[in-house]
Design a protein around this ligand. Sequence first.
Ligand code: DGT
Ligand code: CA
Ligand code: ZN
Length: 568
Amino acid sequence: MTNAEIAAALEELAVLYQLDGADRYRVLAYTNAARAIKDQGKSVEELALDGQVTELPGVGKTLEEKILALIETGDIPAAVKLKEKLPAGLIEINRIPGLGPKTVRRLHDELGVSTPEELREAAENRQVRQLKGLGPKVEENIIAGLDRLSEQPEGPARRRLDQIRPVAEELVEALRSHPACDRAEIAGSVRRLTDTCKDIDLIATSDSPLELSSHMAGHDSIAEAGSPSDKGVKLETHSGIGVDLRIVAPDAFGNLLQHFTGSAAHNTELREIAVGDGLHVSEHGITDEKTGETERFAAEEEVYRRLGYEFIEPELRENRGELEAAREGNLPELVEIAQVRGDLHAHTTLSDGKASLEEMADAARAIGYGYLAITDHSASHGFGDHVTADRLWQRIEEIRDHNRDSGDDFLLLAGSEVNIQTDGTLDYEDDLLAELDWVIASIHTSFKDDADYMTARMIAAIEHPEVDCIGHPTGRLLDRRAPYPLNIEAVIGAAAANHTIFEINGNPNRRDLSDIHARMAAEAGVKLVLTTDAHSTAGLGLMEYAVATARRAWLGPDQILNTGPWWG
Ligand code: DGT
Ligand code: CA
Ligand code: ZN
């Protein structure tokens, strides 16, 4: 059984519980576990059969039992029971976009709807609008959604944010520079700065929408276009990236931007809560179900304000508690790139970098940083020059000389990215490590499909008195390698106990720690640093991706050490 199949079964169970009216913490437990399993590099089936599945984040004894039953029998008993209890059609109805389990349950309880056919009938007979908070728009959505239910194709491959965002920016600029365009913005997952994106969502306002759609269909980078209309157009770039452009009148720009920024999970929750207040939220406006009046907002802030929320930054819109926090005025202050005062992971020609010490230092100065740690790979590293202990002693001198002779306050820090060896020890002597300003320890070799082994190896490095920071802690590469198996909770616990720092590596192929793990770490009291792992002067510019992950992890400047001056 694949991880995706196990995750799907748990997601289904979460939906079933929700349809059954379970409290949201129970539901959240299953959706979180499903996500952890999906992100897992190792076979979760094997983990479960080896009795190790509880090492995954959010998987406890109860979930272990359910996963084992699923592997052995093909079913989760709790899901089987719920399916017997709940009408089968409800689960299918729940797949209609924009119709969350809470509403599906109400349709069942209040209108007796149990199948897609009964739902279509209720919508066509205008019964749905009799429910508090639901209106004619919902009926339209339901009918359209039912039509599409049967033909849901496999989604296209996802691409990393750095591969897709420049294209989105070029297209939004093309929109903005056209005379028929009023305002234009990137929406969807690109705006939320997710690790990977399925496609590009663009929105615009215009008084001549058809003209604007046609213009974009003819843009240089577009290979194929659907038929342009006054609502927008679907495009595909030469590189095969799908682009969805939607256009509305200027007074609803805020509503459209809010809707198409998503995430779908955030919007579904937002809308279901609004229904309780008698409000129907859509991309077209907010309709008061009592008066039938629709308010449109040119600014997204006003949409959130009207619904009783503080403005929620796009990076937070994943239905991970941000709506509750925004209602209570408890949203975190998020870190900003301008607050980053230095970079703490960079390579030079001494190992596998492309630029010299001086070139890297000058590039960091040009960004306006106060410090840069030079962290070339250590003695046993497999590629580039092998930085022997002697060579590193010499490098420390070069760095001290640079700082003495530079005539400014900028500090180069003498560091190393030291390999964590198979037994958890490091490949330099302690006296050399002690002389360094900054020691990152990373695993680069001998990834084993054994969470106990990888966790113990990592914790040994975390406990090493000379280690300041763990580099790219899970080892994932978004386009080619899943994280190595790790008991992330144990590793975070060890880091908190030993005051060892974790890196959020901003290389857009890594973004490691991930948003979820970085949030877990910060909540456990672990301090983080934002780094680029630059292998060239241009590489120092990748800090924006580290910041993006930090913001998605709810982190503020106080949780990130390099928003302050060098502390060593
Ligand atoms: P992805 O998969 O990287 O393209 O992620 P998104 O979030 O860009 O998803 P996409 O492109 O399918 O849809 C763009 C936005 O449209 C999404 O973030 C929110 C909105 N949306 C899409 N599907 C639904 C839905 O079922 N319900 C609601 N309320 N909004 C949706
Ligand atoms: Ca999208
Ligand atoms: Zn590394």
